[in-house]
Structure formats: structure tokens, C-alpha cells
Ligand binder design. Sequence first.
Ligand code: HEC
Length: 134
Amino acid sequence: MREMRSKMPIELRMLLSSLVLLPFLHSAALAADIERGQRLFKVCAPCHAIDSDTNKAGPHLKGVFGRPAGGVAGFRYSKAMSEAGNAGLVWDDKALAEFLSSPKTKVPNTSMRFWGMWFQSEIDDLIAYLKVNP
Ligand code: HEC
């Protein structure tokens, strides 16, 4: 085995070792994103529960990914949000990214008082965090 490996061209050995490492690097990067998303969620937490189905000033966000807008039974949504949900708005990657960058643009007259996030990377990490809390 040792013999064989040492006869391999260096390029091939480097390629093989990077193939072995790739999945680990990838999951490390994902974990970092989710951790950052969790930190960023602090700005949402006063109004939104993520790990229980308790509603605060805003509806709980447990399992929000893939949920229709206005979908938490018993929460008093604005007319705008209920109508957006009835019209087919579902919280997927694109819809969440648009809403979080500017709630008022995505759902005019929403009762969510939040100015929106500036950076796409923050939005991506936050969505990654929402996804791991089904
Ligand atoms: C000041 C309180 C407040 C803050 C801060 C806030 N929200 Fe909200 N959020 C609300 C309210 C109220 C609603 C309901 C809006 C409506 O009915 O129009 C809402 C609705 C939502 C919805 C739609 C949920 C559904 O069931 O349709 C999502 C998604 C959401 N917020 C995500 C977030 C995220 C992520 C953050 C942090 C970046 C955040 N919100 C910050 C109050 C807040």
C-alpha cells in the first residue's frame, strides 16, 4: 500500500485528499452559518418564538419554512398577511429573503415592525437557522 501511494503522482494524491476532506469542510461551513443565524435571530426573538409554538407579538416561527403566510392558527395576523397567504404566498427561500430584506415591500401593510436586514449573507444565515428548527 505504502509502495503504491508513493508512486502516485502528487497531483493525484492532492486530488484524493481534497475529495476526502471536502464533505467535512462543507459541513463545517454550514454549521458556522447556522450558528451565525442563531445569533442574528436575537433581533427577532423579542417578537418570535422559534423552539415552541407560543405566539408573542409575532407568530411563532417553529417550522415556518414551507408554511403558508398567515398560517399559524390562533394568531391575529394583519389583513395584509392573511390575504398574502390566501393568495398563495409560502415561506420558501425566496419569499423569506424578500420579506426579511424589506417586510413592507414584500407584504405592504404588514404589522411586522421591522426595518429589514441589509446583508444578503445575514439573510442566508438566518434562513439556514429557521430551516433547522422544523
Ligand atoms: C417588533 C416585533 C417583530 C420583530 C422584531 C420581528 N417580527 Fe416577524 N412578525 C411580527 C409580526 C407582528 C408579524 C405578523 C405580521 C402580519 O400579520 O402582518 C410577523 C410575521 C413574520 C413572518 C411571517 C410569519 C407567518 O406565519 O406568516 C416571518 C417569516 C417573520 N415575521 C420573520 C421574522 C424574522 C426572521 C425576524 C428577525 C429578523 C422578525 N420577524 C422580526 C413581529 C416582529
